[in-house]
Write a protein that binds this ligand. Structure first.
Ligand code: PLP
Length: 401
C-alpha cells in the first residue's frame, strides 16, 4: 500500500477515512506465533476492542486466531463473524451477573475478575468452566490510564485475596480451567512481563484442573522512528522456556494464551484526513484538518503519538506544524511536528491508526463517523460506509411541543 494507493482511497471514499493493511495484520500474527513456536499449545485471542470491524474479525478467523471480548456485544460480533463460542474468551470488568450469564449461555469461555461475581456465578453454575483474572500488582504500561495491574487498579482479583478466592472455589466446587492476567498496555520491559508471569505460575499451582494460562497482552509497538518496542522474539524465547518448565512441574501440558490488540493491528492502520485551513498565528502554524478527537481521541486521551505524513507533498520543504481538529474544544493531534510543507487541501496520513482509533470514535459535534477500508490482495475494500445524516437521527425520538 503506497502513497498513491492512499490518495486514491481518499479520493474514492472521501475524507476522513481509516485504511487497514491486511498484509501487516497477517505478518504481526505470524511474528507472534513464530516467537512462541516452542510451546506445544498456543492460543492467540485477538482483542476485539482494538478494531472490531467484522471484516477484520473474519480475517483473524482465517488465521486460526480466537477472540478476546469485553462485552456481550463483542461476543455477539465474534459469533456473527463466524467464530465458534469456544474460540472466544469473555473478560469483562464490572459488568452485571446477568451479562456474564448471557455470555455463558452462548457458550464462550468466561473470565471473572472479582470475588463477588465469582461467588454468585460459582454458586449458580458450578459446572461452567471459569477462568480467573488475577491482579499481580505489577506496575506496567505506558500511561496510568492503560496500566491496569497495579495495586490501585480496579482490574482483577488481588493476589493478596487468594485465600478468599480459594474458599469461594472450595465452597462452590466450581470448575476453574484458566488463570489470566493483563497488566497494561505499552509494556516496555520484558522483565516486567516475566516477573508478573512468575506470580501467575505461583497462583496457577493452586488449581488442579487448569487447561490454559492467559498472559494477557500489553506489547508495545513503535510509534515513531527508532521507538522502543516489546522484543517479542526475546519474550517468546524466555517465556516459552519458563512455560514449558512450568507445565512439567504442573504435570500436564497447558495452553499458553495471549490476547493482543495493539500488536496485531496498530501499525496496519492509517487515518487519512484533509487539511481545511493552514492558519499562521503569531507563534504557531496550525494545520486544521477535517476531523477531530471525535474520530481519533488517543492523543487527547493518553497523549499518544501518531506520526503524521503529508502524502500530497511528500517532497515538500519540512516545516513545523501543530495539527489540530475542528472540534470546538482543544483538539490537538500533534504539536510542533516537522512535516513536509502543508497546503490547504493536502491529505495527511496518521500512522498507528489501527488500534483504539475507529473503535473509540464518536458522533461528538454531530459529525459522521468515517468510512473504513481494508487494503487486501492489492485492492481497496470498503468495510464500513461513512455515516450519513440518517445515522445521526437514528434512534432519536422527536416529541411534539
Ligand atoms: C483484558 C485486556 N486484554 C487485552 C487487551 C489488549 O491490550 P493491547 O492492545 O495493549 O494488546 C486489553 C486492552 O485494554 C485488555 O483490557
Amino acid at each position: 500500500m503506497d502513497t498513491n494507493n492512499l490518495l486514491k482511497i481518499a479520493k474514492d471514499y472521501g475524507s476522513p477515512v481509516y485504511v487497514y493493511n491486511s498484509e501487516k495484520i497477517v505478518a504481526q500474527y505470524k511474528r507472534l506465533t513464530s516467537a512462541f513456536n516452542k510451546v506445544k499449545s498456543l492460543k492467540i485471542n485477538y482483542a476485539v476492542k482494538a478494531l472490531s470491524n467484522i471484516s477484520v474479525l473474519k480475517l483473524f478467523n482465517t488465521l486460526g486466531s480466537g477472540l478476546d471480548t469485553v462485552s456481550i456485544q463483542e461476543v455477539k460480533l465474534g459469533l456473527a463473524a463466524g467464530f465458534l463460542p469456544e474460540q472466544i474468551i469473555y473478560t469483562p470488568n464490572g459488568v452485571s451477573l446477568e451479562e456474564i450469564e448471557m455470555a455463558a449461555e452462548l457458550g464462550v469461555q468466561i473470565n471473572i475478575d472479582n470475588l463477588s461475581i465469582l461467588e454468585q456465578f460459582g454458586t449458580r453454575h458450578p459446572k461452567t468452566p471459569v477462568c480467573i483474572r488475577i491482579n499481580p500488582h505489577v506496575m506496567a504500561g505506558g500511561n496510568t490510564n492503560i496500566s491496569v495491574g497495579h495495586i490501585d487498579s480496579k482490574f482483577g482479583i488481588s493476589i493478596h485475596q487468594l485465600p478468599h478466592l480459594f474458599r469461594i472455589v472450595d465452597n462452590t466446587k466450581m470448575n476453574i480451567n484458566g488463570i489470566h492476567m493483563h497488566t497494561g498496555s505499552d509494556i516496555l520491559d520484558i522483565d516486567v512481563f516475566l516477573y508478573a508471569s512468575e506470580i501467575l505460575f505461583d497462583t496457577a499451582k493452586h488449581f488442579k484442573d487448569l487447561e490454559f494460562i492467559d498472559f494477557g497482552s500489553g506489547f508495545k509497538v513503535p510509534y515513531k522512528e527508532g521507538d522502543i518496542e516489546t522484543n517479542i522474539e526475546e519474550l517468546g524465547k524466555k517465556l516459552s522456556k519458563r512455560f514449558n518448565e512450568f507445565c512439567k512441574e504442573y504435570g500436564r501440558d497447558l495452553t499458553l494464551a495471549f490476547e493482543p490488540g495493539k500488536f496485531l493491528v496498530s501499525e496496519a492502520g492509517m487515518f487519512l484526513t484533509k487539511v481545511n485551513v493552514v492558519k499562521q498565528t503569531t507563534s504557531t502554524v496550525f494545520a486544521q484538518v477535517d476531523s477531530g478527537f471525535n474520530h481519533l481521541i488517543r492523543p487527547m486521551l493518553y497523549g499518544s503519538q501518531h506520526d503524521i505524513i503529508n502524502i500530497s507533498n511528500p517532497k515538500g520543504r519540512e516545516r513545523f506544524y501543530s495539527v489540530v481538529g475542528y472540534i470546538c474544544e482543544t483538539d490537538t493531534f500533534a504539536n510542533n511536528r516537522r512535516i513536509n510543507e502543508i497546503r490547504e487541501g493536502d491529505m495527511l496520513a496518521f500512522k498507528n491508526a489501527g488500534a483504539y482509533c475507529f473503535t473509540m470514535s464518536s458522533n461528538y459535534n454531530s459529525r459522521y463517523r468515517p468510512a473504513e477500508v481494508l487494503w487486501h490482495n492489492n485492492e481497496a475494500h470498503l468495510i464500513r460506509k461513512r455515516e450519513t445524516f440518517d445515522d445521526i437521527l437514528k434512534n432519536q425520538i422527536e416529541i411534539q411541543f
